[in-house]
Write a protein that binds this ligand. Structure first.
Ligand code: PLP
Length: 402
C-alpha cells in the first residue's frame, strides 16, 4: 500500500473551481461573474497604463537585478504602502509608531499576522463577519488559531447589516479575540458600516479589550478615492488603538498574480517595534524566506512619483466608475423587465461585488442553463459585466427568478 493511501480528496476551492469550469466551457455566450478581478468593458483584464510604463522602464534599466530582498521586503514599498493606508500625515507615522513589512499579497499579510498573533501573543480566538471572504477561516486556523467564531453581519431580510447582532456578538467576545474587519467594500456583501456604526464598533472593541485587524483588499476600489476608502482605519488609529492592517495591491493595482501586499502595525510605544520586526523575520524566514521584488518595485515607484501617482488615482476612478455604471445598468434592466423582488441593493452595495439575494437553486440554473458562473451564495463580481453581456445576464436572472 502507499504511504499516501489514507488521504481523502477535499472539496475544491469554489471560486477557483468556477474559474476553471468557465475556461473549459466552449459556450459562446458564457459569462464569468465569479472571480474578483477587474475586466474592461471588452471583458479583458486591464494592465494599468502606469504599471506598464514602470515595467517598461524597469525592463530597460540594466542597473536592476534579481538579488534577494531582505526578509521583510522592500523598505521603500512598505513605507509607501503604510502611508497609503494611514495617510502620510497620520500622527502614528509622524511619531514613528507605524511600520509595514512586505508580504505575499493580502493573503500572505493575513497569514503572517495570524501566525504572529497566535504564536507570539498567544491569541487563539478569532472572529470574522458572517458571511466573509472564503479564506479567513482557513488562514487563521492554519496559522494555529483554535477557536473560529462569526459575528452576525448580514440580514438577508432587509439586505443590510445586522448591526445589533454584530454589536451583541462582539460584546460576547472574550478579551484578546482578534476581530477581522473589512475596512471597505465588504466581500461578499458590498455593505459597509456607516461612520457612526464604526464608532460604536470601536467602542465595544475598546471596552472588551478585543484586537482589531483590518483587511483592506479594495482600497480605492469602493469609492474611487483611496483616502476615502481608508477612513475607518484612520479613525481607529486616531483613537489610539494598537492594530494590524493587511493590505492587498492585487485589485487596486491590477497586480493579482504578482502577490504584492503589506502588513502594517500601529503600536503605542516605539520600543516594541524592533522586537515585533525580529519575530516577524523569524516567521517569514521559516515560511518563504523573503518576498518577490517585481510588484513591490512597481507599487513603490508609482506611489512615490507624483505623476504616476496621479495617473494611478485616475485608474481607480475608471475602474470604480465602470463598476458603478454596471450596477445602474443591471438594476435598470432587471426593473424594466419587471423581475419580481426589489433590486435597489444592486446600486446601494459598493465595491467589486454584489450580493444578489439569488438562492442556490437559482444560481445552479444560471450556471447550468445559461453558462453564467457565480458563487453559490449569489455573490456576483460586477467586473464580469459589460455592455455586450448585460442584457443576456439580466434576462437570465429574470428567467430564474420569475
Ligand atoms: N481579503 C479579502 C476580503 C479579499 O477579498 C481578498 C481577495 O479576494 C484578499 C483578502 C486577498 O487577496 P490577495 O491575496 O490576492 O491579495
Amino acid at each position: 500500500g502507499s504511504r499516501f493511501s489514507k488521504l481523502s480528496i477535499q472539496p475544491p476551492i469554489e471560486v477557483f473551481n468556477l474559474m476553471k469550469a468557465y475556461q473549459d466551457d466552449p459556450y459562446e455566450k458564457k459569462v464569468n461573474l465569479s472571480a474578483g478581478a477587474y475586466r474592461t468593458d471588452q471583458g479583458e483584464p486591464w494592465v494599468l497604463p502606469c504599471v506598464r510604463k514602470v515595467e517598461a522602464a524597469m525592463a530597460a534599466d540594466t542597473s536592476l537585478n534579481h538579488e534577494y530582498l531582505p526578509i521583510l521586503g522592500l523598505e521603500a514599498f512598505s513605507q509607501q504602502a503604510t502611508a497609503l493606508v494611514l495617510g502620510g500625515d497620520n500622527p502614528a507615522i509622524v511619531n514613528g509608531l507605524a511600520f509595514g513589512v512586505q508580504t505575499l499579497s493580502g493573503t500572505g499579510a493575513l497569514r503572517v499576522a495570524a501566525e504572529f498573533l497566535c504564536r507570539q501573543l498567544g491569541f487563539n480566538v478569532f472572529y470574522y463577519s458572517d458571511p466573509t471572504w472564503g479564506n479567513h477561516g482557513l488562514v487563521f486556523k492554519s496559522a494555529g488559531f483554535t477557536t473560529e467564531r462569526k459575528y452576525r453581519y448580514w440580514d438577508s431580510e432587509k439586505r443590510g447589516i445586522d448591526f445589533d447582532g454584530m454589536i451583541a456578538d462582539l460584546k460576547d467576545a472574550p478579551p484578546n479575540s482578534v476581530i477581522i474587519l473589512h475596512a471597505c467594500a465588504h466581500n461578499p456583501t458590498g455593505c459597509d458600516p456607516t461612520l457612526d456604526q464604526w464608532k460604536q464598533i470601536a467602542q465595544v472593541i475598546k471596552e472588551k479589550e478585543l484586537f482589531p485587524l483590518f483587511d483592506i483588499a479594495y482600497q480605492g476600489f469602493a469609492s474611487g478615492d483611496a483616502d476615502k476608502d481608508a477612513l475607518v482605519v484612520r479613525y481607529f488609529t486616531s483613537l489610539g488603538f494598537e492594530l494590524i492592517i493587511c493590505q492587498s495591491f492585487a485589485k487596486n493595482f491590477g497586480l493579482y498574480n504578482e502577490r504584492i501586499g503589506n502588513l502594517t502595525f500601529v503600536v503605542n510605544a516605539q520600543e516594541v517595534i524592533a522586537p515585533i520586526k525580529s519575530q516577524l523575520s523569524i516567521i517569514i524566514r521559516a515560511m518563504y524566506s523573503n518576498p518577490p521584488n517585481h510588484g513591490a518595485r512597481i507599487v513603490a515607484t508609482v506611489l512615490s512619483n507624483p505623476e504616476y501617482n496621479q495617473e494611478w488615482r485616475e485608474c481607480l476612478k475608471v475602474m470604480s466608475g465602470r463598476i458603478r455604471e454596471m450596477r445602474e445598468l443591471l438594476r435598470g434592466k432587471l426593473e424594466s423587465l419587471g423581475t419580481p423582488g426589489t433590486w435597489d441593493h444592486i446600486t446601494t452595495q459598493i465595491g467589486m461585488f454584489s450580493y444578489t439575494g439569488l438562492n442556490s437553486k437559482q444560481v445552479e440554473t444560471l450556471v447550468k442553463k445559461y453558462h453564467i458562473y457565480l458563487l453559490r451564495s449569489g455573490r456576483i463580481s460586477m467586473c464580469g459585466l459589460n455592455r455586450n453581456n448585460i442584457d443576456y445576464v439580466a434576462n437570465a436572472i429574470y428567467d430564474v427568478v420569475v
